[in-house]
Design a protein around this ligand. Structure first.
Ligand code: ZN
Length: 332
């Protein structure tokens, strides 16, 4: 599919920061690339989706604010998902920019096709383990051939908690915030009142990890996610630039609203538990108002699993069965 049309939104969202909303199939808000200008390195935060025409779209957007792609000196990646790192290698090759991210993102960038194949295999086992229909992976399978063609690259600078990165007029402190994915970083300049949070905090979406092979076995991503969000909520007075859609100006209020909907979800999930061990997907069928298919189904499975793990931590749910066939019942 071609995306050579100009992006709909190129706007200054803070002094020396421009948001460019790049197209993503099926996402009304697209995905944001933020340009940071000033005395320090000319920086892009995130690198859009690797689709035909995307690079030209980005070039056209940069031109509207007087910047050429080959002037870019640095690309910072908020996490390893393809809608955020897609053009990183292309941009680096065209401009000589360095790419900075969590070290583990380097393996994804080094061989995007192999990583995607891993994710598919993991997803198939994940669906089977939770008795979900295999067709949930159809969308992922459809994208596999395409992902093999995504240009490979490297992470030139591995970032870790507490690092400080100069980007245009900003001095960004790096915080590791795993949860949405295992590789999430947020970049914060408290003095400038600006943070780049990628998909750590969505403009409008529930707390739901995107599960995959890169989460260490035994990790409980939803609990991890909540811990990180509590810390982000303390960034009072900081404007949060999100990965999709407009910025968020009140982190604490956003988190309070998300926490409220999570508690309602936990209540509904707890009400679905019985003494009879039930698979994660089947419990969802009991609770969801309408059936889930495709990508939506995969996301719902993650949400369901996250709710059950939190309920297990609270002594409400009990996990039974082995790791190949996970079942849940009400804790006795
Ligand atoms: Zn995203």
């Amino acid at each position: 599919m071609s995306t050579s049309a100009a992006p709909e939104i190129v706007e200054e969202v803070a002094p020396s920061v421009v948001r460019i909303a790049m197209p993503v199939p099926g996402l009304a808000d697209g995905v944001n690339v933020h340009l940071v200008r000033g005395d320090g390195p000319l920086t892009l935060i995130d690198a859009a989706t690797p689709m035909a025409g995307s690079l030209e779209t980005l070039e056209a957007a940069l031109a509207t604010v007087g910047v050429r792609l080959d002037q870019v000196e640095q690309v910072l990646l908020t996490h390893h998902h393809f809608d955020h790192l897609g053009l990183a290698a292309e941009i680096a090759a065209r401009s000589g920019a360095s790419v900075a991210a969590l070290a583990t993102v380097g393996a994804v960038l080094a061989d995007p096709g192999a990583h995607f194949a891993n994710e598919l295999a993991w997803g198939e086992r994940h669906a089977a383990r939770h008795a979900a229909p295999d067709e949930l992976l159809d969308g992922t399978r459809g994208a596999l051939a395409f992902m093999g063609g995504v240009r490979a690259g490297s992470v030139d600078r591995a970032l870790a908690e507490g690092d400080v990165v100069a980007a245009g007029d900003l001095r960004l402190t790096v915080h590791e915030r795993p949860g949405h994915s295992p590789t999430d970083l947020v970049f914060v300049d408290r003095d400038a009142g600006v943070a780049f949070v990628g998909d750590h905090l969505f403009h409008n979406a529930p707390i739901a990890p995107v599960l995959g092979s890169m989460f260490a076995p035994g990790t409980r991503p939803t609990a991890l996610y909540l811990d990180g969000l509590e810390r982000t909520a303390q960034l009072a007075g900081v404007r949060l630039m999100t990965g999709h859609g407009p910025a968020l100006d009140d982190p604490a209020a956003t988190l309070a609203e998300r926490r409220g909907s999570l508690e309602r979800r936990l209540t509904r999930t707890a009400a679905g538990l019985t003494a009879e061990p039930t698979a994660t997907w089947d419990l969802g069928q009991r609770i969801w108002r309408n059936p889930s298919r495709g990508r939506l189904g995969l996301a719902r499975l993650s949400i369901m699993l996250g709710a059950l793990e939190l309920l297990e931590d609270r002594g409400v749910a009990e996990r039974v069965g082995d790791d190949d066939a996970v079942r849940w019942r009400r804790a006795s």
